[in-house]
Design a protein around this ligand. Structure first.
Ligand code: KG4
Ligand code: ZN
Length: 338
């Protein structure tokens, strides 16, 4: 079969990433995180695009060097067209467009959420690929979706959040507890030492396969405010139990919907993706579902969970193989459909 080298670029939010793919294998996957946002409690779009502009050239250079190939050996360039922050998307998009023109090689536009799902098709030792059709639960800082994946390009959204994304539920809860942004990984860390049933939060009642997380956030805020009023050291003294209880509630909400999706579709192959799929509690619960519910579950390699260009590269590769190219009139889109 043909040998294809694709450079992939991801710049939808606050991570600047470049990857080089050889067919469905990752040769390099470089991610520059932006620490500047920590102090602001969330991503500041203006600062994100500025940092992307500073990082993009060195990140691409390092990715090529690590892959051991030159620009001239590339067959195509894939980039994130959306969804994401417009100022951030434009940096990666303009860079990719210019490079494809300069090298006279095809440009491939990729949907970021599509990439969080198809990251399971990256060829990695020890990782099985799902078979079609399967259900994907994509959980990130901006999205929460259950998608029926019929084929590489046949995706059907069965449910999604009506307000906050799961990642926001983690990050906003963390902010209430005084943790820096993004607080999701910290909740995960402290939860490991805590009792998940120490504090009870009620799960939202949402129809069908849709989600809602803003009510949970408010519930946590009131609970913490009330508890701190009674005991100023409440957070410090109960950090692990609070984090474990919040994480447990979020996992229950996700699992309830997954169980319903399996019941409605009869599909028992479940793949998770997106930054929140890095969460150790979610990974463990899903693994246990293999025995408990006889599901086959797919949990991405850690480096393909949070935003990275390798996942853009795998979609880029499949689109390249189908000759689905973008022309130079392509524009970045903050919102985009599959
Ligand atoms: O996919 P991603 O890198 O960016 C978006 O496309 O949004 O996801 C980032 C989100 C953040 O909300 C972050 O707090 C969350 O993923 N996250 C986690 C963990 N690692 C990252 N949430 C819970 N536990 C983790 N271990
Ligand atoms: Zn993402």
């Amino acid at each position: 079969s043909k040998s294809t080298y694709i450079l992939a670029i991801e710049s939808s939010c606050d991570d600047t990433s470049a990857a080089v793919m050889h067919n469905n294998k990752v040769l390099s996957n470089v991610v520059a995180k932006q620490e500047i946002h920590e102090q602001y409690g969330g991503v500041v779009p203006e600062l994100a695009s500025r940092a992307h502009q500073q990082n993009i050239v060195p990140v691409v250079d390092i990715a090529l060097k690590k892959a051991g190939i030159t620009k001239e050996e590339l067959n195509g360039i894939a980039f994130t067209q959306g969804p994401g922050l417009m100022g951030s998307l434009l940096v990666g998009g303009s860079f990719a467009k210019s490079l494809s023109l300069a090298l006279n090689i095809p440009l491939v536009a990729v949907n970021h959420m599509h990439a969080h799902i198809l990251c399971h098709f990256i060829d990695e030792q020890g990782y099985d690929k799902p078979e079609f059709p399967f259900l994907a639960l994509t959980i990130s800082g901006g999205h929460t979706q259950i998608v029926k994946v019929n084929s590489f390009f046949g995706l059907e959204i069965l449910g999604e959040t009506t307000d906050d994304a799961v990642g926001e539920a983690f990050d906003k809860s963390a902010k209430i507890l005084g943790f820096p942004y993004p607080g999701g990984p910290l909740i995960d860390k402290y939860a490991k030492e805590g009792n998940p049933k120490a504090f009870q939060f009620t799960k939202p009642k949402v129809d069908g396969l849709n989600f809602s997380f803003s009510g949970l956030k408010t519930q946590i805020l009131y609970f913490i405010q009330k508890s701190v009023k009674e005991n100023p050291n409440f957070i410090e003294e109960n950090k692990a139990d609070i984090c474990a209880s919040i994480q447990y509630t979020i996992i229950q909400i996700l699992m309830d919907k997954l169980k319903l999706a399996v019941k409605q579709t009869g599909i028992k192959q479940i793949a998770i993706g997106g930054g929140v799929s890095a969460n150790s509690g979610i990974r463990q619960t899903l693994k246990q579902a293999e025995d408990k519910y006889k599901w086959k579950t797919f949990i991405p390699k850690f480096e393909y969970t949070t935003d990275n260009a390798a996942m853009i590269g795998i979609v880029g590769y499949y689109r390249y193989c189908e000759s689905i190219f973008a022309d130079s009139s392509i524009v970045s889109k903050a919102r985009i459909e599959f």
